[in-house]
Write a protein that binds this ligand. Sequence first.
Ligand code: SAH
Length: 390
Amino acid sequence: MTMKETFTLVATAAAGLEAVVGRELRELGYETQVENGKVRFQGDVRAIAETNLWLRAADRIKIVVGEFPARTFEELFQGVFALDWENYLPLGAKFPISKAKCVKSKLRNEPSVQAISKKAVVKKLQKYFHRPEGVPLQETGAEFKIEVSILKDKATVLIDTTGASLFKRGYRTDKGGAPIKENMAAAILELSNWYPDKPLIDPTCGSGTFCIEAAMIGMNIAPGFNRDFAFEAWNWVGKDLVQSVRDEADSKANYDVALDIMGCDIDSRMVEIAKANAREAGLEDVVKFKQMRLQDLKTDKINGVIISNPPYGERLLDDKAVDILYNEMGQTFAPLKTWSKFILTSDEQFESKYGMKADKKRKLYNGTLRVDLYQYFGERVRRSEARKVN
Ligand code: SAH
């Protein structure tokens, strides 16, 4: 096995969030190529550790083992066989073809694509390690999940480095009925005009995701600090290297930043869950949670940001109740003129119910559900004038 110096990597992202992931990668110092559903970049083993630990909006980091035309099963077999598997998979590795996807291609039977790719990898390793053909390889070691995706007759073969998706930060003890994914919440914060020096309120906080993600952004806490990753079990990833990336992350966190982050929910049970999640993330003293109806929200503070993921028809409330809630939301937020508001809902009539047209709208996907981020920007004021405006 020869150690690979550089890898072609992709950070996968939900539709609509590729640009956010691209920006995060560039801030980490990588050159990027933004594609549909993913951002491509080059990096070494350290990059695999660093991006898994630090990317807030991505789903997974995958290694691109190779790409080749695959119009027939024979081409697929030869293409997979030709890749340098011996540089990734040690003898004993577990290597399921965990996913096969065929889109707009002649090959379309995904189970067959999986089976043939598996055969090709097995044959390559048998040859490289001088194992007899016909005797199955023992697969008792660390796991390398292989994915084959064929788009317009071109196969891309990948190894997942992440394991459980990156949205699973490890702090969520319970999530209530309709949580937003942690990486989606982080992405929306990055798309907003919130900065750590501004007050932030999530008046429908549920399990507290927006508030906890904001606190982690504000304190520069690596989103992956509380979990581990598939690549950590691999023999060619040095334990010391991973530890140094984690230590560096610890030293970059700044717990002294003063933050003003509050989450409220009408449901006291959700408030308890949000508090437990903040505690799990080590942020119970940073984020305030309280039971309150959003209709009762009032504040003298200025230039803040409201981020809300209120109930929508499909999920939690019947239509009439949603209409009333959105209308009351509009009336409650209207006096907060200097505050920006970012509201995520699948309700296409949101603006008329809320009573104001959004300054900007952005299409996103919460899982498979199409949603819009309605954006209302606060009026800019000087602090000395604040009393008059609010
Ligand atoms: N983003 C959250 C999920 C929000 S679901 C998360 O990641 O967990 C919507 C939340 O709005 C629910 O928790 C519900 O209890 C709350 N809610 C509904 N009506 C409300 C009201 N009038 N005031 C405040 N919260 C309300």
